[in-house]
Design a protein. Structure first.
Length: 94
């Protein structure tokens, strides 16, 4: 992960967000054209997932259910911390 917060272009908008490295499980490689690691950006887990879904359509639905919660069988981690809510902030110093 990058250690700073920077201005990046996201969906034709400029915003101040954390840029993060996202490791993709092999079952989702079909969404990322076979890549096991992609870059995402956002201030929260939800923003990062929305950013990834804009790049890789359909990916978010495989992770988030119809009630906007993380699917029970999905585990998301920020470093070694398990994420339990989409509103969790991405720490730009990680």
């Amino acid at each position: 992960m990058e250690s700073n917060c920077r201005v990046v272009a996201v969906d034709h908008l400029r915003c101040r967000v954390s840029r993060v490295k996202v490791r993709i499980p092999s079952v989702l490689y079909s969404y990322t054209n076979g890549r096991g690691e992609v870059a995402g950006c956002g201030a929260t887990v939800d923003e990062v997932l929305r950013n990834l879904d804009a790049k890789f359509p359909g990916m978010r639905f495989r992770i988030i259910d119809e009630t906007n919660n993380i699917r029970r069988h999905i585990m998301i981690f920020i470093d070694a911390h398990r994420v339990t809510a989409l509103s969790e902030r991405i720490d730009s110093s990680s």
